[in-house]
Design a protein around this ligand. Structure first.
Ligand code: URA
Length: 209
């Protein structure tokens, strides 16, 4: 079973409250999502392996640590995932960015890929799938499957808010994938919205409705 981590740092929880608030306008919403993504990047990279190198300080030659060649890829699910990419790149600027676009087949309600563009060396990278809202888990599962089908094996999932239904669906379908959230909310309502949630993340991020 993949590990579930709730990033409960007070700054993340504080900013999350403001993005939940329906009065928060697009510009502030986008900035807050960006800031939360930066802080969550800190958590999600916590277990990156380190190696020891030598460094000459002005005082002495010393041994010190650097990240040990683990290359990262950020894979936002279009479109709301895009809003978390810049914030993560602030901490991990050398990560490459791939994109996955999905739409829901109106008859089967299953997610269908319409766009997949990955770094050519994606299978060698630790990939972080990014989607702010983990509702039913359908999109996240399809995106993870799209990566696995292309030979990728090291995958984490990062979301702002999840419903328990979505976490369960991902853990069942992809037990090798660790999940990072800022909040695990109560449930999904009859319209597929996370409760209490924050509404439609894409609309709130891009000012559409
Ligand atoms: N997608 C959203 O943007 N919000 C939800 O509450 C559920 C899915």
């Amino acid at each position: 079973m993949g590990k579930l981590t709730i990033c409960d740092h007070p700054l993340i929880q504080h900013k999350l409250t403001f993005i939940r608030d329906k009065e928060t306008k697009t510009k502030d919403f986008r900035e807050l999502v960006d800031e939360i993504a930066t802080m969550m990047a800190y958590e999600i990279t916590r277990d990156l392996p380190l190696e020891t190198v030598t460094v000459s300080t002005p005082v002495v030659d010393a041994t010190s640590k650097v990240i040990s060649g683990r290359m990262l890829g950020l894979i936002p699910i279009l479109r709301a995932g895009l809003g978390m990419v810049e914030g993560m790149l602030k901490l991990i600027p050398s990560a490459k960015v791939g994109h996955i676009g999905l739409f829901r087949n109106p008859e089967t309600l299953e997610p269908v890929e319409y766009y997949v563009n990955l770094p050519s060396d994606a299978p060698e990278r630790l990939l972080i799938v990014i989607d702010p809202m983990l509702a039913t888990g359908g999109s996240a599962n399809a995106a993870i499957q799209a990566l696995k089908t292309r030979g990728c094996t090291q995958i984490k999932l990062m979301c702002l808010i999840a419903a328990p239904e979505g976490v369960k669906a991902v853990q069942e379908a992809h037990p090798d994938v660790d999940i990072f959230l800022a909040s695990l909310d109560s449930h999904l309502n009859d319209h597929g919205y996370i409760v209490p949630g924050l509404g439609d993340a894409g609309d709130r991020m891009f000012g559409t409705k």
